[in-house]
Structures are given as structure tokens and as C-alpha cells.
Design a protein around this ligand. Structure first.
Ligand code: SIN
Length: 308
């Protein structure tokens, strides 16, 4: 049994796939995702030119998740554009993640992606790890400007990957913009930016870039991710689909994200730590839980979180 879903009208066999994050930067890594139980293939956020990313160590697994400051290591968008036909052979949706270092870069990349067979585009407005480039999603004027420009030219269903928000006023402001620009989907949350994890034995941070400041992921962030999904489910136009990401480790976590309002979920830290088998394991656990509870479709539970 698979429980299908749709994102921006694109059919997904089930609701679980990879986050633009670990192990999705090379053709070899993307083929592994294609052969795995993931419902779609998401590429690493690309930039105009290839990037080596930040100095190592730049990712560390932690007791309840991970901290990273990868700095967008990727092959440059042209390579991902070339890969699309190869990735499509896996027979599942291909989602291209784009993270230009400026608006002109995003425009150039999105124009090129228009002419590919990619199914969806996720515009990353929330990478916390590029030195000197604040997260666009926290700057509402800049977000408005970016969306005004890109929505005019994009011919693919475009969604945005958002940073976590923590204040009801900020949710309201960003939701108004997303509704105004009619984005097709929202992915929340990116890692909680600029966390600091200290190794008391070494008396030092655990990652090197930015003096040890990096994006926090995994179980630490799940309640924040659920809160973002649920608040956006309340504030966004119902035509905008929500993809949840942050601390999903098992089928019950998936269930909670769907209850909060997500139509699909992405796996980051757990994929990095467990490998590609994680997709089939978590889908099986989710299906078993749904069956046990007597639910036969995602829509039966989506957004149906009960009030106390
Ligand atoms: C990174 O490459 O630094 C992580 C990507 C992101 O957080 O958007």
C-alpha cells in the first residue's frame, strides 16, 4: 500500500523524499535517491557557478540531530540542468533546488530550468551558511522583490524553502507575501540558523566555518518545524501546498507533520545518518500507523490537528 499525494498538482507515489541537504549534489548521489524508496528526487541547492562550500569540518552529527555549515557545495546549475533527463529515468518527480547568491543569478538559473523536464522548483530563501549573505526569508522587502521578479518568468511550479519563524507577526507578514505572489508550495523549515554546539573536551565548537555557527537540524528542531507547518496551514491560501521538514525520524513523525497541515515531508539529518534505506523504513512505519488508525488517505488527516 502506498498513500499518494500531490504537490502543485504533480503526482507523488507517497509523501516522503529527501531534503535539499545531504547526499544530493552529484549524479551518483542523486541516482542512489532515485533507486531508493524516496517518492521524488530533490537536488542540492545550486548556484550559478560551482562551489566547494565551506572549510571542513562542516557537518557533525549530534545526540539529537546535526549541525552544519556546508556553504552550498554544488556543481553549478548547468550540471543539474544536464542531469534532469538522466534523473527522470527513475520515473519519479525531479525537484530542482535553486539558491542564487543574488537575484540576477536566480533569474538566470530559473530561465534555464524552464526549458528542462524538471517537475518542480524549490527556491531556497533560507540558507544560513553563506558568509556575508543573510537569509533572504528574514528580509520581507527583499523576499517581495525576489518573488516579484521570479514569478514573472518562471514556467515551472515554484515553491520556496523558508527559514523557521518564531513570531506570529512574522508568520503573518511572510504569509501575506506568499499569498500575494501565488507561490505553488512552501517548504518549511530550513535548519535553525546560527546555532553553536560546543565540545567541552576540546573546548571548541564542533564545526569550523563561521566560528562554529551553523544550522541546527534533527530532533532538536521538530517542534519548531511542526509549528511553522501548522501556522502556514492556517495563514496560506489553500492552493499553496506545504512540505514539512525538520526532525522526522519515523512514521509517527510523518503522521504529526501531515496532521499539522503538510502534504509531503522531506528527510535531512536522518538520511545523512542512516542512508537511503531510511525512505522505505519511514514510509513503511507511516503506512502501518495509518492502517492501525483506520485511515486510508493522507487527505483524511491532513491539517486535522484537534484542539484541546
Ligand atoms: C548548506 O549547504 O549550507 C545547507 C543548505 C541550506 O541550509 O540551505
Amino acid at each position: 500500500m502506498s498513500l499518494p499525494t500531490k504537490i502543485a498538482n504533480v503526482d507523488f507515489e507517497h509523501c516522503i523524499f529527501n531534503a535539499s541537504g545531504p547526499s544530493c549534489a552529484t549524479l551518483e548521489e542523486l541516482d542512489i535517491i532515485g533507486k531508493s524508496g524516496a517518492a521524488a528526487i530533490m537536488t542540492k541547492s545550486c548556484t550559478l557557478k560551482p562551489r566547494e562550500g565551506n572549510p571542513e569540518p562542516r557537518y557533525t552529527g549530534l545526540p539529537l540531530g546535526s549541525i552544519n555549515s556546508m556553504g552550498l557545495p554544488n556543481l553549478g546549475y548547468k550540471k543539474y540542468v544536464e542531469m534532469v533527463p538522466l534523473l527522470k529515468k527513475h520515473g519519479k518527480p525531479v525537484v530542482m533546488s535553486v539558491s542564487g547568491l543574488c537575484l540576477a543569478d536566480n533569474i538566470e538559473m530559473l530561465r534555464a530550468i524552464n526549458d528542462t523536464d524538471a517537475d518542480l522548483v524549490e527556491l531556497n530563501l533560507s540558507c544560513p551558511n553563506v558568509v556575508g549573505k543573510p537569509q533572504i526569508g528574514y528580509d520581507f522587502e527583499q523576499t517581495d522583490e525576489v518573488l516579484t521578479k521570479v514569478m514573472k518568468l518562471v514556467r515551472k511550479p515554484l515553491g520556496v524553502k523558508l527559514p523557521p519563524y518564531f513570531d506570529f507577526a512574522h508568520y503573518k507578514q511572510i504569509a501575506e507575501l506568499l499569498n500575494k505572489h501565488k507561490v505553488k508550495f512552501v517548504t518549511c523549515i530550513n535548519s535553525i540558523g546560527n546555532a553553536l554546539y560546543i565540545d567541552p573536551d576540546k573546548e571548541a565548537p564542533v564545526i569550523k566555518p563561521k566560528g562554529g555557527f551553523g544550522g541546527l537540524g534533527g530532533k532538536y528542531v521538530k517542534p519548531t518545524a511542526l509549528a511553522n507547518v501548522h501556522k502556514f496551514a492556517e495563514l496560506l491560501d489553500p492552493s499553496i501546498d506545504i512540505i514539512g521538514v525538520g526532525g522526522i525520524n519515523n512514521g509517527t513523525d510523518v503522521f504529526e507533520f501531515i496532521l499539522a497541515g503538510a502534504k509531503a515531508v522531506q528527510l535531512g539529518t536522518v538520511f545523512q545518518e542512516e542512508g537511503p534505506e531510511t525512505f522505505a523504513r519511514i514510509e513503511k512505519e507511516f503506512n502501518e500507523l495509518m492502517k492501525k488508525k483506520g485511515y486510508a488517505s493522507i487527505e483524511e488527516i491532513r491539517g486535522k490537528l484537534k484542539a484541546l
